[in-house]
Design a protein around this ligand. Sequence first.
Ligand SMILES: [Zn+2]
Length: 280
Amino acid sequence: MSNEFQFSRLQDGQKQRYEKLQDVIGMKRDQGGQGGRETWLFVSPHDDDLVIGAGLWMQAAVQAGVDVQVVVVTDGRMGYCTIEQRETIADIRRAETYESFEILGVGRQQVAYIGYPDGALYDLQGRRRHRAATDNVAPRQGHVGLCNEFVYHLRRTRPARVLVPTIADLHPDHQITNNELMISLFHASGAIWPELGEPLRDVPAVYELAIYCDFPQPPQLELRTGDEPFNKKLAGIAAYRSQLQIAQLVENMREAGPFEYLREMNFRFYSPANHKSAFE
Ligand SMILES: [Zn+2]
């Protein structure tokens, strides 16, 4: 393939091919200087989800000059495959995570951790005051909860676009992350909780990626790449070598080929006008 990245958009049964990420996604063209540079926030329930679901999109974004920011929600403490690693796995995985993102062109200063316990996000939905006696997660502005953290990170990074795994995955950490992020987009754009940062001017555009289970509705965007980005994605997955099943996953991904998809979310707000005509 002469061009390393080829983009397609599927709309109303029509396929449209694009050479540039800016065009397929509808980014404003940079009119000289930094004015047109977008920030994209990739939100990951677990450290290895993004390279699996969006390792190619992330490389395309870096190449297009997007400021890529990553937030990893959990600390990976449940990801041990040997008893020896039960106490140290979170540190081991953090080193593997930085190595993996580095391969994709994303430096460690672009990767932030919320550090909430892997597999136990159900207890940290919403936002509440920190309880010093029983909470063993770090408070921010005296509060804990995923809404508290997501609003803070959304206001800190001020993204034009947000990418997150779909709500369709079976893992509760994925479902909870998706759900909490969606409501946090609206909190972050409103005036509430001023100690978490300046409200966003606009609600960012949202894109979902599939990790293990298929998209709940078909995606509209495709990226296919040449060998180089694909090999980097595979190397980025292989970096999680503490996961003993990783070689099999790399093989499966290699077989699936250099293709990734995104589903553009369109929030439909309720108004009686949405349904009025059907009853007339
Ligand atoms: Zn995951």
